[in-house]
Write a protein that binds this ligand. Structure first.
Ligand SMILES: Nc1nc2c(ncn2[C@@H]2O[C@H](COP(=O)(O)OP(=O)(O)OP(=O)(O)O)[C@@H](O)[C@H]2O)c(=O)[nH]1
Ligand SMILES: [Zn+2]
Length: 341
């Protein structure tokens, strides 16, 4: 199988033992592991994965990758099958034998230490884009790039605007009105009840620059008693020692995946049509575009058909402008990456 690009379509047939080289007879297939347990990966540290059996925060185990998995990446949020010592005891080590097809992916961008874009969170339903209304001032460039990563990766982007005691959200909201995004506005002296309800029992990934109030929010969402899960995986509070993402369990059954150390998102692989797909009313028109159309409109794409959707009244000019701003932000130079924390 070709590994790069194909991981999202993995199924159990991909973890068969490979046929021997040359004239050696085919090795027999591995047992199907009918007794495997299903689990969600909630932590990853130095070749060990912490998994929650059936997504239950009270049934944690630590696993290694089974040899038959080859180099299939296993990341936070992955749904995996585990076998072996699944007792979850202090010295118990289970084995991950299968990785389920992913429903969404969040990739971090390549950087100096690693030339490949890599998936950092799998299967998150939502991307919480945390942005302070002031101190630090909001950066729309960063928000736009997060939106592109979410739309292309199949996550529902959600704006989470913090520090509402310091500034009025109206101006910033105006810039995103046409995108129909869920928005929650928070401040540290208030319970984030609305955010809690939005997350529900699903997995949400969280991103934001340093200082926007992510920790403040997480502390409100995740009671300290629940925080122990992060410790098992060797991350959690002492996150300065690690840049791994970690999933923290919420009282409502959902999980929040903080992504410390992720400076920006991998957008290089994204095709314009991946973004257009998230804008239903433009999808059909995009098929009429010349091949390779970037959908930016004139002068870059003078024959782009998306303008016809506005001309016939199906979409507003503002909606197309918002879509094109996102398409443009993918192409733009990423000077919006938050500093490493
Ligand atoms: N005025 C005001 N300040 C806030 C609010 N939320 C957080 N802060 C402050 O903003 C600062 C940064 O908050 P953190 O929660 O540490 O931010 P963070 O995003 O986790 O930052 P890193 O830990 O650097 O990643 C702290 O001094 C908080 O007290 C808020 O709603 N209003
Ligand atoms: Zn086009």
């Amino acid at each position: 199988m070709s590994r790069r690009g194909d991981w999202s379509r993995l199924d159990e047939t991909d973890v068969r033992v490979r046929p021997g080289r040359g004239t050696r007879p085919r090795s027999k297939r591995r047992p199907e592991h009918a007794d495997a347990l299903s689990a969600m990966v909630v932590g990853k540290d130095r070749g060990r994965w912490t998994c929650a059996v059936d997504g239950d925060k009270d049934r944690l185990l630590v696993a290694m990758r089974a040899r038959e998995l080859g180099r299939t990446p296993v990341v936070i949020g992955d749904r995996v099958d585990v076998v072996g010592d699944t007792s979850g005891g202090p010295d118990a080590l289970a084995r991950i034998v299968r990785v389920a097809e992913r429903t969404s992916v969040l990739r971090r961008t390549a950087d100096d230490t690693d030339p490949f874009e890599r998936v950092v969170v799998a299967n998150a339903a939502r991307l919480l884009i945390v942005c302070a209304l002031a101190d630090p001032p909001p950066r729309t460039g960063f928000i736009d790039r997060c939106l592109v990563a979410a739309f292309a990766g199949g996550l529902q982007p959600t704006l989470c605007l913090t520090k509402a005691d310091l500034a009025d959200p109206a101006e910033l909201l105006g810039k995103y009105a046409e995108l129909d995004l869920p928005v929650v506005i928070t401040r540290r002296d208030e319970e984030p009840a609305e955010l809690r309800a939005l997350i529900g029992d699903e997995v949400s990934a969280m991103v934001g620059h340093s200082g926007v109030g992510k920790s403040t929010l997480v502390n409100r969402l995740v009671p300290s008693a629940f925080r122990a899960v992060g410790v098992v995986s060797g991350v959690g509070k002492g996150r300065h020692t690690s840049t791994s993402a970690v999933a923290l369990p919420l009282p409502g059954g959902g999980w929040i995946v903080d992504t410390p150390g992720i400076r920006s998102f991998g957008l290089a692989h994204i095709e314009p049509n991946d973004i257009v797909s998230a804008f239903e009313e433009f999808v059909e028109a995009a098929e009429e575009c010349p091949s390779g159309c970037g959908h930016l409109g004139p002068p870059a794409d003078p024959d782009c058909a998306l303008d016809t959707v506005v001309a016939d009244g199906t979409a507003t000019p503002g909606r197309l402008a918002s879509l094109r701003r996102l398409l443009g932000s993918k192409a733009g130079v990423d000077d919006t990456a938050p500093a490493a924390d």
